[in-house]
Unconditional design. Structure first.
Length: 655
């Protein structure tokens, strides 16, 4: 029997299952579906299709009212969402550090007001490590849909009132939104990702399908072929895309048009694609897909917070999946289902409950924010650790001065007075926390975030690459030619540049370098780094400078101060001290490059790991104080440890 006769389509629930499973497996970090975030696009097309079909039919019959439409939306969305937000606020008391808890309060407000996408656009890189600890990040997509639900009924009613044809106007809106999506990626990637104007075309694709063609009747060879191509396009995107793919833009066409093709084919009588995705198991998952989507991300975020790592191992992934299934199906059965029963909850009672619960959640969130995340839950040492963050060095005014202004900056002039300048990227900035009393004197500091001091080297796919190149060239030239500077201390995150990869559970993009002066196809990063460093040293040594290279500190792979704070707050016992053997394995190429550099007259190398590491493991704290601001930038305590060791080994260079 064709399930479309009753208005219900099992294949669409099956398609929802595909969408939610792609999203869940992507967020679990299994690596199976590096582009699994396209599941959200599948949801968008389905929502556009179903909502437009309902609204258009009611308008044609003269039965549409805003009250009934939004009452249905409230029944569908609010109960499970509000239970999840309430649980997140309660869980935050036990697992979230004060600053993180304040962020949860802020995102809870935006989620209740269906503006989470705007909040995250202004505050969050979706694929950043910190985003993975925010248990309400996923509400951005719900806000996009709710904003669409506010706009599309008005649009369709206006078209009906003026007897204007729907398809041309909807198509024009979809094309405009798609063009905006493609263009805005080049201007503001996260605006394109989060905001309705650049996402509306995906929902409108569903709308156009709902109004332009029939999706019932017998299956044809053309519809079946389209359906199979559509499901292949969705799966291809989930397998081939990654966090580095500019999105949505042109790439978004694959899951969007693929979903439309599957919807077109799946409901037809005798459809093979419909039978495949409309099987009982997929339908069961699809029916609970909304609750599964709601709960999967808080489960993951709290597990990551407990472990103080964005990366979850296989046991934690299995636990997260199991908890998601249990909580998701429980939410569907005991929250979603009862509230959809009009005999139990009338439209009026749903409206009153929505207003009341919204107000209660908003009050709770405001209290969390006003109480600064309840820092009194922690001891003074715990609060101090929790407050540490890399922003303490990334905001250093000496880090990022316009290349043409470096020579007249106070940061550089201090180096002219002492004759010593610290030069590098954010790792140098972390060391510069003690620049005012470095080895008993004040030294200068200049540099730029994400810019290793390597002449002739460029980072691919980095928006600040041109500025990096100009900065490295001008600062190196300035240092080489300034007779008042006798010693240049160079520090950088050498392993990230040499290996091109992050460490442990650290998130972030790959680091691909090219040599603009001697390009070699398929060349490894460490060869590029070696030549770039050689050029920098050539320039400085030609200027008569002494150069002191500061080697790598051990990378930890987890946020050190937050882990220490969570040990107190949540009772986690996780030992995140890196193994000494792992340090040497990770830094093998880096240490070889630095060792070769040290053979040159006028160049010395100091190895901080000697201050951090024992025979088996490397320390992450000293006297109860974190040695790091995050997983790789040293704290002030860590900077003192490096500076004292450096001064003890090379006192003659720091006079």
């Amino acid at each position: 029997m064709n399930n479309t006769l009753s208005g219900y389509r099992a294949d669409i629930d099956g398609l929802r299952a595909v969408a939610v499973l792609l999203v869940i497996f992507f967020h679990l970090g299994t690596g199976w579906f590096p582009g699994g975030y396209v599941g959200v696009d599948v949801f968008f097309v389905i929502s556009g299709f179903l909502i437009t079909k309902i609204i258009a039919a009611e308008i044609d019959l003269g039965k549409f009212t805003y009250a009934s439409f939004y009452a249905r939306r409230a029944r569908r969305l609010f109960p499970a969402l509000y239970v999840m937000i309430a649980a997140v606020l309660v869980g935050g008391l036990f697992f979230q550090l004060p600053n993180d808890f304040v962020t949860i309060g802020q995102t809870a407000i935006s989620a209740v007001l269906f503006s989470a996408n705007i909040y995250f656009w202004r505050n969050t890189d979706y694929f950043s490590p910190e985003a993975e600890f925010n248990p309400l990040l996923h509400t951005w997509s719900l806000s996009v849909e709710e904003q669409f639900y506010l706009v599309v009924p008005v649009f369709l009613l206006l078209l009906a009132r003026f007897k204007a044809p729907k398809l041309p106007f909807l198509a024009a809106a979809a094309v405009a939104s798609f063009v905006l999506s493609v263009v805005s990626i080049q201007i503001s990637e996260w605006a394109a990702y989060y905001l309705l104007p650049s996402r509306a075309w995906q929902l409108l694709c569903g709308s156009l399908l709902a109004l332009s063609v029939t999706t019932t009747g017998p299956a044809t060879k053309l519809s079946e072929a389209g359906g199979w191509v559509g499901i292949a396009a969705i799966l291809w995107a989930s397998l081939m895309f990654s966090s580095q793919t500019p999105y949505p833009g042109v790439a978004g066409l694959f899951p969007t048009l693929g979903t439309a093709a599957v919807i077109y084919a799946g409901g037809r009588e005798g459809s093979g694609i419909g039978r495949l995705i409309g099987n009982p198991i997929m339908v069961a998952i699809g029916l609970a897909s909304y609750s599964l989507y709601l709960w999967h991300w808080p489960v993951l975020a709290f597990l990551r917070a407990y472990q103080s790592s964005a990366h979850l191992g296989a046991p934690a992934q299995l636990l997260a999946f199991a908890l998601t299934m249990v909580l998701g199906f429980a939410s569907w059965r005991f929250v979603e289902q009862p509230f959809r029963n009009k005999k139990v909850f009338s439209d009026g009672s749903i409206g009153r409950l929505a207003v009341g619960c919204s107000a209660a959640l908003l009050v709770c969130a405001v209290v969390v924010i006003g109480a600064s995340g309840f820092p009194e839950r922690m001891t003074e040492d715990g609060r101090r650790s929790a407050s540490l963050a890399p922003e303490l060095v990334l905001r250093d005014p000496c880090l990022g001065i316009d290349p043409d202004q470096v020579a007249v900056s106070a940061c550089y002039r201090e180096g002219q007075r002492s004759g010593i300048v610290l030069y590098g990227d954010s790792h140098a900035a972390a060391l510069a926390q003690v620049k005012n009393t470095f080895a008993g004197r004040s030294i200068g500091f200049v540099g730029r975030v994400g810019c290793p001091p390597l002449l002739g080297v460029r980072r691919l796919g980095y928006s600040g690459s041109a500025l990096c190149t100009a900065s490295v060239e001008k600062i190196t030239e300035l240092l080489a030619n300034d007779p008042s500077v006798h010693t240049v201390i160079i520090n950088s995150r050498w392993a990230l540049a040499a290996e091109g990869t992050r460490f442990g559970g650290e998130g972030g993009s790959l680091y691909r370098l090219v040599d603009d002066e001697q390009q070699v196809a398929g060349e490894d990063n460490h060869d590029v780094v070696a030549r770039g460093l050689e050029r920098t040293l050539d320039r400085l040594l030609a200027g008569g400078k002494k150069v002191l290279l500061v080697g790598p500190v051990p990378e930890v792979g987890a946020n050190v101060p937050k882990t220490m704070a969570r040990r107190e707050l949540a009772g986690t016992k996780r030992d995140i001290r890196p193994e000494t053997a792992a340090f040497f394995e990770r830094q093998r190429e880096t240490l070889a490059i630095l060792e070769k550099a040290s053979e040159r007259p006028g160049v010395e190398v100091f190895y901080p790991h000697a201050e951090f590491c024992g025979d088996l493991r490397c320390d992450i704290e000293k006297g109860g104080k974190p040695l790091y601001l995050d997983d790789d930038h040293v704290s002030e305590t860590g900077a003192w440890l490096v500076a004292e060791g450096l001064a003890a080994q090379y006192p003659e260079l720091l006079r």
